[in-house]
Write a protein that binds this ligand. Sequence first.
Ligand SMILES: [Zn+2]
Length: 282
Amino acid sequence: MSLRNAISVDVEGFAESNEESFRIPGHLLDPGCRDREVARNTRAVLDLFASTRTRATMFFLGRIARDDPALVRAVADAGHEIGCHGEEHRRVFNLSPAAFGEAVRAARLRLEDAAGCPVTGFRAPDFSITAASAWAFDVLLEAGFRYDSSVYPTSLHDVYGIAGAPRDIHRLPNGLVEFPMSTVEVLGRRVPFGGGGYFRLYPVAVTRWLILRENAAGRPCMIYIHPYELGPEVPDVPGLSPLRRFRHYHGIADGASRMRRLLDGLRVGTAAQVLAERGPHA
Ligand SMILES: [Zn+2]
């Protein structure tokens, strides 16, 4: 049987997702407007997954469990794994270990209360566990997490990445399991693929070919996406440079149909399922 790949969704609003990347007009940060967008897009993602018989890991911001607990429960009731994406959307390397610890402990409890099931996986906003914030692994273990999926083992991005980190699922020295983002080696460089802007930029056939190539080498892939990349509602932020606009909006309009094409015939599931199939040593 072919390898199973993980599919994950970082559940957050478009504006809060990009608050640390560019200036967001105040009206887009209005809580009511933000929460309507998250709920509408996330329910569209649930419909897409139901119609493709897909189970995924949904990494929620803890604040969504506070503001819309019914949404978290609906996702859990639909059979998806609930993971944690931090309390608010803040890059880990900008936080102190104490502040990060307080936030993730609160978020995990809130999410477990809303979902009615254990939360053991973590994904950092903007993959912001880097060499400068590697202390976060110990904080996550102490906060009760069993695995992390925050490391992008690449040097090609301006915000995130740990250049020399392993590309395979592995156990860290402290016992936490790391499920890294997917990369492919091209001319000695590790090129990211399989999620977010890369999923929108590369033709579906290329993403699929790269996934199957990694699977043939014995490596499950980590696919990741956001509700606003699949759902109907994408807030328009005025005044962005052409490069910014391309990075954040290119390929978003047909995201759902592209995802359907990627999922067709591909063996996928939750991160927890993939890790269970790898055995206790990951
Ligand atoms: Zn995020």
